[in-house]
Design a protein around this ligand. Sequence first.
Ligand code: SF4
Length: 450
Amino acid sequence: MPLSGLDIFKLLPKTNCKDCGFPTCLAFAMQLAAGKVELEKCPHVSDQAKESLSEASQPPVLKVEIGVGESMFKVGEETVLFRHDRTFVNPNAFAVLINDNEGDSEIEKKVNAVNNLKYERVGQTLELNAIFIKNTSNNKDTFLKIAEKISSMTAKPLIFSSADKDTLKTVLSLYKDRKPLIHAIDSSNIDDLLNPVKESGCPVAVRARSFDEISSLTEKLRSSQIKSIIIDIGNRSLKEDFFNQITMRRAAIVKKDRLFGYPTIVFPCDMTDDPLKEALAASVFVTKYASIIVLSNAEPYNVFPLLVYRQNIYTDPRKPMAVEQKIYEINNPGPDSPVLLTTNFSLTYFIISGEIDSSKVPSWLIVMDVEGQSVLTAWAAGKFVPELIANYIKKSGIEQKANSKEIIIPGYVAQLQGELEDELGDGWKVVVGPREAGDVTKFLKNYKSG
Ligand code: SF4
């Protein structure tokens, strides 16, 4: 069991120096016990105390890494039940199921689809994370042949799933350098698989139908120093697995039960034959609280909405997504190209720059740092106001790039026009652009400076 606030307090220096940002060591200890602060915030903890406190300073849901190299993904490290309490940390992974009895061409099609499915959205790359290879044939040779074929076609992390312990031992010895997830240890094979898993250093899933069984499996692995554990309590039913995910997350975070403090895996692919219902079920588990979600296919019309939804859920609500403050060149602008102004909220930037790009009108886009806020929010917060805008424009270097002293501002802040012209002085003219981004293309095509 994790340490209580008072247990932690006894190990702290008790000087109440406030260097951690808390008024007393006791206050810090309470926050550490609640998983709301990192141990590193106290620079005065002795090495001996650090060792004793390492358990308390671990997040309630432990981190697990799967795969190697650039495709490796992390899950877990979660500390809250609700995103608005702080943030969710590591986005869930999406894996695509391949049965070892599928035909060669179908397998190749799926692997290529997983490899190639990529979207750029607000500066992030959205993609699938892993391939789940299932020993549906129950034949070891068939499984090993398909595992070899798939591993040679992709650098994505692999999840090997078999009910046969000898098959799992063989894939462990063959593929341990790729750090695959081994699925799964259960009460029937734990004694045989414990040592091979420990020696390989690979993450492993534990599978059981009840919470009691899960906790006895994780306890046995923990006492063997195996910490990279994924929990599969799958009943393969949306209703029951939804309940299971919430129960385990609450046990880990609210009750601080370390035996359930691991990332989880769910299988919407086994919950329905309807791809749309499957995507809906998967979206439920993005929110609550699966770490790896196994899908039956990599069809873009099913996967894209899930990737976008995951991006939204795992965006840190404390930090607006922002782009760099600078002058962006779109469609190779020259000295006579129009100059537009906006804020550095990612979504605003990507929508406006996309509209300018599709207008094919060469343009300069000045993006001002307002701590990642949108135009109206930044204006209301006093961060996108004439004095600050004028200061930035003068420093931005636009006068060395564009001949015209004319700047197009967003239509939503038309009221800035007169005051901004006064602040800029020196012959600058401020033009009010469209209110909606969708009208930017038409506006630019008809725009004539002066
Ligand atoms: S920095 Fe450490 S010693 Fe100082 S008040 Fe915080 S917990 Fe106590």
